[in-house]
Write a protein that binds this ligand. Structure first.
Ligand code: SF4
Length: 193
């Protein structure tokens, strides 16, 4: 059975979004398809888990801390979407208990786990964050794939103020397209004096 690459499993309270303050078991998956300037996710040492072993460990931690929710985070969890699907199915986790944090660029991979996930936190990446080309088409496809799910969108505005306005217009254009079914919007400023 193919294994999941995980950098850490821990218990904490969710620090943002519509689940803020909710006790969760966090599973931080290794690897990311982006390189954001402010990324604080250290490469770290990966541990390999088969899906059933990981499910057992998460279940035990949930019981110990009386947590009813799991946060799938990273890195970018959707890089391992097929294996995550197996993990969630083997662990018989109710979709309502599963919270996915994603950079919102991998729509096909998201579709593979869509029915196993209850809520999606989509972190839209502005070019000032990634210092790479804009990802609007990818984000737009991803948000359309979220239709019918509970989800919210967030963005971090990085400090290069002079480049913000154009990015902001594009961001608003993408958000406007999904505003009727988007749960909420969170904006965070980063590195501003
Ligand atoms: S998407 Fe997240 S994990 Fe990936 S580089 Fe950006 S901040 Fe880091």
């Amino acid at each position: 059975m193919s294994k999941l690459s995980v950098s850490e499993i821990f218990f904490s309270l969710q620090g943002e979004g519509i689940y803020i303050g909710i006790p969760q078991v966090f599973v931080r998956f290794c690897g990311c398809n982006l390189r954001c300037a402010y990324c604080d996710t250290a490469a770290g040492r990966a541990e390999e888990y088969d899906p059933l072993t990981l499910a057992g460990q998460v279940r035990r931690m949930m019981k110990k801390h009386t947590a009813r929710s799991i946060s799938l985070t990273g890195g970018e969890p959707l890089l391992q979407s097929e294996k995550i699907r197996t993990f969630l199915k083997k662990g018989r986790f109710s979709p309502d208990s599963v919270y996915l944090e994603t950079n919102g660029t991998l729509s096909q991979e998201f579709i593979q786990v869509r029915d196993c996930v209850g809520i999606v936190a989509v972190d839209i990446k502005l070019p000032s964050s990634t210092a790479e080309a804009a990802l609007w088409p990818q984000h737009e496809r991803f948000l359309r794939a979220c239709r019918g799910k509970k989800f919210f969108v967030k963005a971090i505005i990085y400090r290069q103020r002079s480049r913000i306005s154009g990015q902001w217009r594009s961001y608003c254009a993408v958000i406007t397209g999904i505003r009727r079914w988007c749960y909420s919007l969170i904006i965070t400023k980063w590195g501003w004096n």
